[in-house]
Design a binder for this molecule. Structure first.
Ligand SMILES: [Zn+2]
Length: 259
């Protein structure tokens, strides 16, 4: 038998209950401009996990998209945040309230002090806010200023570490990829050979690229972080900005990591 025809099925895989995965494409009106984002929902008979939560103010839109997949919003057991950026954490307080606090918030240990308000937001500096506001149509400027000056703050219930396997949906590996933010992560869903890339990878007109330089204060570290993704057996990638990518995913990552 040739190597390529031989596939080991681990006992773990046989025991594994089916996991459902859905990228939830949302078109969000952000101060007058449409932004398409892709939070990810994973679910099985034990409940659902939401990965990233969209911009502030879109709770109703997100909830509707979630309910189309899992019918009952109450099936959400936990939220995993890939990083602290405002377009990823915006509805955490709304979800927490809607579920009467019965939802666990996960983030990398290095993001926890920012998310809990013990450190100022890594990127929402007065300079960056002023720049963003200046680029916003005038009628939205005041709204932009107040939204960006007051990002959501909340308790992180579980601080993740690099290499940790989260024990749900067949095992999800945490990959710490600093640079875009200090505690930026990707997630590897073993049973699906799926990489949930957050902002570490993006699709730019269909082409897989690394993190956006204008939103990545430490590009050197971010580029080094790409190398950590090479060892994973990846069939499919979901980028928060761009959606699903399948064309030779692993070799494309290796190519980007070698730049
Ligand atoms: Zn980001």
């Amino acid at each position: 038998m040739r190597g390529s025809e031989y596939r080991v099925i681990s006992p773990y895989a046989i025991m594994q209950k089916p996991v459902h995965v859905s990228a939830l494409p949302l078109d969000v009106d952000v101060f007058g401009t449409i932004s398409k984002i892709h939070p990810v929902l994973l679910w099985d008979e034990n409940g659902a996990t939401l990965i990233d939560t969209g911009y502030p103010g879109i709770f109703a839109q997100l909830k509707q998209a979630l309910e189309q997949k899992i019918h009952s919003f109450n099936r959400i057991k936990r939220i995993i945040l890939t990083h602290q950026d405002w377009d990823h954490i915006g509805t955490v307080p709304d979800i927490h309230q809607a579920l009467n606090g019965q939802v666990a918030i996960y983030a990398h240990a290095a993001e926890k002090p920012y998310l809990e308000g013990r450190l100022p937001h890594y990127k929402l500096t007065p300079e960056r806010i002023a720049k963003r506001v200046a680029a916003t149509p005038e009628i939205w400027r005041e709204k932009a200023r107040s939204t960006l000056s007051n990002p959501p703050r909340f308790t992180v219930d579980y601080a993740m570490t690099d290499g940790e396997i989260l024990p749900f949906h067949g095992g999800i590996e945490v990959i710490h990829v600093p640079g875009h933010t200090p505690g930026n992560i990707c997630l590897y869903v073993r049973s699906e050979r799926l990489l949930i890339a957050g902002d570490q990878l993006r699709l730019d007109n269909g082409t897989l690229v690394g993190p956006a330089p204008e939103h990545t204060p430490d590009m050197i570290t971010a580029q080094q972080s790409l190398k950590k993704l090479i060892r994973f057996d990846i069939d499919r990638i979901i980028c928060y900005h761009g959606g699903t990518y399948t064309a030779h995913a692993a070799s494309k990552i290796a190519e980007l990591a070698s730049l």
